[in-house]
Each structure stands twice: as C-alpha cells, then as structure tokens.
Design a protein around this ligand. Sequence first.
Ligand code: SAM
Length: 308
Amino acid sequence: MGPSVSNEVVVLVVDAVLKKKELNSVDASFAIKELKEFLKRDPKALRYLKKGLGKGGVNSRSSEFKRVVSSVRKNLRRYHGLFSEGDRDYDKMVSELSSAKSFASLKKKALEVLSMHTSSKERASDYGFVWKQIWGLCYLSDLKKVRFLDLGCGFNPFSLIGLDKKQLGKIEFNSYDINVSEQDVLNKFYTGLSKTVDGFAGESGLLDLLDVSLVSSLPESDVCLMFKVTDHLDKGKGHKNTENVVVAVSAQFVVLSFPTVTRTGLPMKYPQRRWVEIMSERLGYVWEKFETKNEMFYVIDKRQADHH
Ligand SMILES: C[S@@+](CC[C@H](N)C(=O)[O-])C[C@H]1O[C@@H](n2cnc3c(N)ncnc32)[C@H](O)[C@@H]1O
C-alpha cells in the first residue's frame, strides 16, 4: 500500500474482508493485492483509509469502511472463482475421499465433487469429449508417462475420474491454484487414486500465476491445462499476464479454455478470442481449437518454437 495507508489499517480491512466464511480460505496476500487494486480505482476510499486509526480516523463501523470491505470481497469472489453451489463442506468431503477404499467409491465421490463447482459442473456432460481431444494430442498415447500441469485448477482435476485405469496409470498430475482450501481435497483425491490405480501420481499446491518466476520453475510437463483462467489473470487489461504464463511454462502443449456463454446462459459478445491465434503466431506456436456447447478450447503447440 506504500507509505499512504498504514499497515494497521490494511490489516483491519483485510481481517474484516476475510471474516466471511466462504473467504476464510483465501490467502491474506491476495486480499491485500485486491485492496490495492481497489484503492487505485477509488480515490474516495483511499482518502478515507489514509486518515489512519486515531481519533476521527478509520472506524470499522463507518459506512465508508463497510463499503471498502464489501467491494474488496466482491472482487475476491469474482476473480477467485469462489462460486459454490450452496455450502461446500470441505471437512466432510476430505473425510469421505480419505475413506474411499475402492476405485468405484472414489469415482462416486469425485463425481459429486465435480457437480459442486460451477466450471466443472457446466462441463460435466462434455468432459468425455474434452479428455478425448487432450489424450489424442499427437503422441500422448505413445508415452510411458504423461505429465500434466493444471494451472488455476479449481476442481477440474476431479474430472480425471472419467479416464480409464490404463490411462490414469500413466499420469503424473500436478495442479495449482491460489485457493488454499481446494488443495487438501485434491491431495486426498490424488492419494485415493494412487492407492487404487497402479502408476498414478498427483500433487496439488498453492501458486499465484501472476508470479511468472514461479511459473517458470514448475516441473516440466507434456500438457499444461489452463481452463477458464485467463480472464482472471488479465482482468480486462490486455492479455500480457496470460501470455507471460504461456511463454514461461515448460510444456509441450498448453490448452486454454474460455466460456462462450455467460453465467446467465446468454451467448457471449466476443467468444472467438482471436487474440490467442494472433499471440500464438507471433510467438511461433502452432494452434488449433475445438469447441463444446458452452466452451472454446485452444490447443497451443509450443514444440516448434525457438524458445525465448
Ligand atoms: C473459473 S475458475 C476455473 C477453474 C478450473 N480451471 C476449471 O475450469 O474448472 C478460475 C480459477 O482460477 C483461479 N485463479 C484466479 N486467479 C489466479 C491466480 N492469480 N493464480 C492462480 N490461480 C488463479 C481461481 O482460484 C479459480 O479456481
């Protein structure tokens, strides 16, 4: 926040923001970042918070304080994909996943989880097709091990459950998101898979994709998935943040996806995302695309490019 807003005030705001149950799991550093962004756009709030804590200063019961808190929450929810269907009871999910003894019971649980997250729920009937396209990428089926990265993963890794055991046995799956709470559930799922499928390995961790140096230090992979993440990274300001990740990530293929239908079910104004094609060509990558009823997928093949 620089010298303008004191640390005590930042802590007061961020604590208030994260008090809401569904934001409990968000790391404080993201809330601070979101507050910073908000203050850049809202001089009135900035003036108010600059007053500091003393007499006549910032007061957590004032309407301006509450306005700041609810605006930051709104952005956190929007950008961090916290659109749950009702209450997500993580502890219950984790214990049920841990207690799954067989592949069949793990599958039942995983399908339930998929139906709880907006993105994976919307994709539910198309997952078979999507995985078939991905598995069909040139040489994947010939590899002994297929290494995946899933960035901004949400609950997407649970869709692995639609693959057969032979495919799963070849997979090394690393997934990352900024959302802490999903990590535990995902790691339990991976443990369940590695117990019931010979050869499967998976791990999930915390990562902010805006930190490109972290992205370039991720393990090498064959396919990097970035489903419905780019809008969260670019936030309507060009596409540089997405491009930085696509360039930095060590992967043969990067698969980007975009919704073609709005959350209310209307067709989107610009569903074509020509910028992906233009970006890929500029960087010397080969691209192709495929579509489902509400999502567009771009497969970017980085293999030919003269790296960096
Ligand atoms: C619309 S959801 C898509 C989830 C998943 N990829 C899917 O399609 O099912 C967007 C995801 O991006 C994650 N995200 C947003 N900003 C991020 C960032 N800076 N770094 C890492 N993940 C981020 C959110 O936490 C959320 O899980």
